[in-house]
Design a protein around this ligand. Structure first.
Ligand SMILES: NC(=O)c1ccc[n+]([C@@H]2O[C@H](COP(=O)([O-])OP(=O)(O)OC[C@H]3O[C@@H](n4cnc5c(N)ncnc54)[C@H](O)[C@@H]3O)[C@@H](O)[C@H]2O)c1
Length: 258
């Protein structure tokens, strides 16, 4: 029996990186996984690897969230896990931040995730057998410390960290067995970072520089983040609520090089 046997899991941003790895790990552990993204070809290809279902969804739209979660309820009768993973990075210091940049980044990373909490909860509270479910929100190490070159991104991830706790307390007090936790990746080897390497004058040097940031001397893999999501989604974490899991190879534990 898999660790998520019988569960229905929704993973956003599942066409790429951490989301794709999480969808694969959850399917391997017995969940029926619904993958969503705005990159349809890539999302469908990941789903096809294990017979999962891909649906197009722009996470910024509440109407799209309602349609998606209602469809999952109609098809599967329940929703056990939501992994709010979809995210974008647009760099910019506070001096470089425009209204357009702010709205884009906060729109996907915080507003989109908020809809995922709201409408995940809406279905989970009516699950057959009683309210039950696990919401996993992907924040970042930049939800703890400011990223000077990504002011809006940092703000969005700090928002995710505390929204998670507000949802966690409400869900537990109201429905007992619905949980909400956040995961905080450090430097992960995904297309999001590869895009930054490719945009630099020397992508290989930039890649080596990123690999050297974490004290363990390498980037974390998407699968290492997926494993934390798996734990939080499973019944092994049945009393873990409002918690933060930092996965950064020790980066935040080592604020200086000494
Ligand atoms: N890569 C890292 O080092 C790192 C570090 C900390 C946190 N994170 C977070 O992890 C999550 C996944 O990042 P990743 O590195 O796998 O990035 P990625 O770019 O590989 O994947 C993100 C996915 O989200 C999708 N997406 C973007 N906007 C969307 C929208 N409006 N609606 C639906 N889907 C949308 C993209 O199409 C993409 O497939 C993000 O929330 C990111 O902020 C990543």
């Amino acid at each position: 029996m898999g660790r998520l046997a019988g569960k229905v899991a929704l993973v956003t941003g599942a066409a790429s990186g951490i989301g794709a790895a999480t969808a694969r790990v959850m399917a391997r552990e017995g969940a029926h996984v619904v993958l969503t993204d705005v990159q349809d070809d890539r999302g469908a290809a990941v789903a096809a690897e294990f017979g999962g279902a891909y649906r197009r969804q722009d996470v910024t739209s509440e109407a799209a969230w309602i349609a998606l979660t209602d469809a999952i309820k109609a098809e599967h009768g329940r929703l056990d896990v939501v992994v709010n993973n979809a995210g974008i990075f647009i760099g910019g210091t506070i001096e470089e931040t425009t209204e357009e940049l702010w709205d884009k980044v906060l729109g996907v990373n915080l507003k989109g995730l908020m809809w995922g909490c709201k409408h995940g909860l809406r279905i989970m509270k009516d699950n057959p057998g009683g309210p039950k479910g696990s919401i996993v929100n992907i924040s970042s190490i930049t939800g703890y410390v400011g990223l000077a070159s990504g002011a809006a991104y940092s703000a969005s991830k700090g928002g995710v960290r505390l929204l998670t706790k507000a949802v966690a307390v409400h869900a537990a007090r109201t429905y007992r067995d619905i949980r909400c936790n956040s995961v905080h990746p450090g430097v992960i080897d995904t297309p999001m970072n590869q895009a930054a390497f490719d945009a630099s004058p020397d992508p290989n040097a930039m890649r080596a520089m990123f690999a050297a940031i974490q004290p363990n001397g390498r980037m974390t893999t998407p699968e290492e983040i997926a494993n934390a999501c798996l734990f939080l989604a499973s019944d092994e974490a049945s009393s873990v609520n409002g918690a933060e899991i930092l996965i950064d190879g020790g980066w935040l534990a080592a604020p200086n090089p000494l």
